[in-house]
Design a protein around this ligand. Structure first.
Ligand SMILES: [Zn+2]
Ligand SMILES: [Zn+2]
Length: 303
């Protein structure tokens, strides 16, 4: 792999890794550039310096959005002539504010994360092409296989380049926080299945939206990342003991150790992720609702 400069890294012929500002951390994200028959961007959240470089060197014909989150889609607006491609499910939340509110759950709380970074709000541009699991996108210089990898969002996709085994896994991002499923339509079990699917693919190079390019220990890194979900289950079970109310559970900040401003948004993420764990632990029979508490429902580890 050759580094053209700090922002462009050649992954193979016709394929470049775009390193987002702030090391690709939210409200920015990393992306890909494909220089083939068409000029294609994968996500558009890399920030201003790279955007200017891409715009002055010919812009983009197509933007593939891995999912509907603003840190991946907000830059779409600066490429008004580009066609948007996305999975049909997340396309709905790219195209319509009401669906975005429904998918995220933000409609209820009237806040979006990092809103200062997205001053113009949602673009609501139509998605020209819906891309589905198993589809092979042929760009001449290379082909990318679409993998539907839901969990983080319901229509989250990853892209696999089979010749060299390069995988772009979007927000299956190997962050130290672990998998993030804090939206109303996020799904814990889909997320686990998507991580497993990516492990089985045995990629040689793993590129994600918020971390550096990984070539060593990919399976181990993915397993450690996925194991955070089970660690959260264990933390919840330890804290519940013989009984805690939902209020006590939320106050303990078991998932997000800190709740920065806007606090109600982080409290919302805490509650959404916590509830997904509690629902699963109830289904698995590992916890029970203690009925003797008349005023406040109370959850406890099942004896
Ligand atoms: Zn995301
Ligand atoms: Zn992201």
């Amino acid at each position: 792999m050759k580094s053209m400069n700090e922002h462009f890294m050649k992954l193979r012929e016709g394929l470049y890794f775009l390193k987002g500002e702030h090391n690709g951390r939210f409200p920015y994200s990393n992306g890909l550039l494909i220089e083939g028959e068409k000029r294609v961007l994968v996500d558009s959240g890399f920030g201003l310096p790279l955007r200017q470089k891409i715009l002055t060197s010919g812009g983009a014909d197509v933007i593939i959005n891995t999912h509907y989150h603003f840190d991946h889609t907000y830059g779409n607006r600066y490429f008004p002539k580009a066609e948007l491609w996305a999975h049909p499910i997340d396309a709905l939340a790219i195209e319509e504010r009401e669906v975005f509110d429904l998918f995220t759950g933000f409609g209820k709380i009237g806040e979006i994360p990092g809103k200062d970074a997205f001053p113009e709000g949602m673009e609501q541009r139509p998605v020209a092409r819906k891309i589905r699991d198993g589809e092979v996108l042929d760009f001449g210089v290379l082909k990318l296989q679409v993998l539907h990898t839901p969990g983080h969002t319901p229509g989250h996709i990853s892209l696999f380049e089979p010749d060299t085994g390069i995988l772009f896994a979007g927000d299956i991002d190997l962050s130290s926080f672990g998998p993030w499923y804090g939206n109303a339509m996020s799904d814990i079990e889909d997320f686990e299945a998507s991580i497993e699917r990516i492990i089985r693919l045995k990629p040689n190079v793993l590129v994600t939206s918020h971390a550096d390019v990984v070539t060593d220990g990919i399976e181990r890194r993915l397993r450690e990342y996925g194991a955070k979900i089970g660690e959260r289950d264990e933390g919840i079970l330890r804290f519940l003991g013989s009984g805690k109310t939902m209020e006590e559970l939320l106050g303990a900040r078991l998932i997000f150790r800190q709740h920065p401003e806007p606090e109600k948004l982080y409290r919302f993420f805490e509650q959404v992720m916590l509830e997904k764990h509690l629902q699963r632990l109830l289904r698995q029979g590992k916890i029970a609702i203690k009925e003797e508490h008349k005023l406040k429902a109370c959850l406890a580890v099942k004896a």
